[in-house]
Design a protein around this ligand. Structure first.
Ligand code: INS
Length: 287
């Protein structure tokens, strides 16, 4: 039947997906994500983020997000708009965002990964558009994410102490091991700190035909404490365990492509315009 065919196709593409990535073989991984030696811009960013990302703020931001459409534009227009943002949280690149997006997508494409994954590389940071709409600063747009509503984990950048000025720090429930969650409740039910991942995830889920793996790559790509450091695993369900593999497969293309050559935007544009149309049935997206 069609359903069985579909499952088989997905299994086949997932096999390619999880094969070790070729492109980061020659990268010196010790050169990336060096937060202890990072400049003040990065350190100040995280101090502010860790102080202001509270449960109360998270609920408010989610409510605001669902209340309205902020802009209507195509995916490519969104990439161009984003281009003026320089991410204060990122110690590894001071390139404009469109270049980082193309670097990620091109690395995925060169490795022969599925088309939906190439597109995921292309759009994964588009949620940073939020900065031009509802954001209070960069602290509620960029940077690594973590869960709110349960204990601040030591595996988050700069550790638990970095949260000492957060109003939820030491809170009887919000800073207890499981907090408002329960073991195995599934990450769908967990409030991640509000920012570009969460925002784009909702948009892609509602307005694209991207598969679950792509949506997970978008929602969790900045969730390093989980996909990289092993935190929050007790909250996962079986679906999350599958998704973790996909997110891990995506990560090298996001992180290590930052040292690749700068791509030519005009040359690559026709290829990616077609790819965008394949998965976003409505050209104009409600942001
Ligand atoms: C970066 C940047 C990225 C995000 C990373 C973060 O500074 O904001 O978009 O994916 O997790 O460390």
């Amino acid at each position: 039947s069609d359903a069985i065919d579909e499952v088989n196709v997905l299994k086949a593409t997932n096999k390619d997906l999880y094969e070790a990535s070729e492109f980061d073989k020659n990268k010196d991984k010790t050169q990336f994500r060096q937060y202890e030696d990072a400049c003040d811009r990065v350190k100040n960013f995280y101090k502010e983020q860790h102080t202001k990302q509270t449960v109360a703020y998270n609920l408010k931001a989610r409510h605001e997000f669902h209340r309205k459409t902020r802009a209507e534009m195509t995916v490519w227009q969104a990439m161009e708009k984003l281009n003026t943002l320089i991410d204060e949280s990122d110690p590894d690149t001071s390139l404009s965002q469109i270049e980082h997006l193309l670097q990620s997508a091109e690395a995925i494409r060169r490795d022969g990964k599925p088309r939906w994954m190439q597109l995921t590389g292309l759009i994964h940071d588009l949620g940073k558009l939020l900065f031009f709409f509802d954001a209070r600063g960069q602290w509620d747009v960029v940077g690594d994410t973590f869960a709110v509503g349960c204990a601040f984990d030591d595996r988050i950048i700069y550790g638990r102490d970095s949260f000492c000025d957060n109003e939820d720090f030491g809170h009887e429930i919000y800073d207890s091991k499981f907090g408002i969650y329960s073991p195995g409740c599934g990450l769908d039910n967990v409030m991640l700190s509000w920012g570009h991942d969460e925002y784009l995830y909702h948009i892609a889920k509602e307005q694209s035909t991207l598969p679950a793996e792509a949506l997970a790559m978008i929602r969790y790509h900045s969730f390093y404490p989980w996909h990289n450091a092993g935190a929050y695993h007790e909250l996962m369900d079986d679906h999350d365990r599958d998704m973790l593999r996909a997110v891990k497969a995506f990560n090298p293309y996001d992180l290590y492509s930052k040292s690749d050559d700068i791509p030519s935007i005009e040359e690559l544009k026709p290829y990616y315009l077609e790819l965008i149309d394949e998965y976003f049935p409505n050209k104009v997206i409600k942001w």
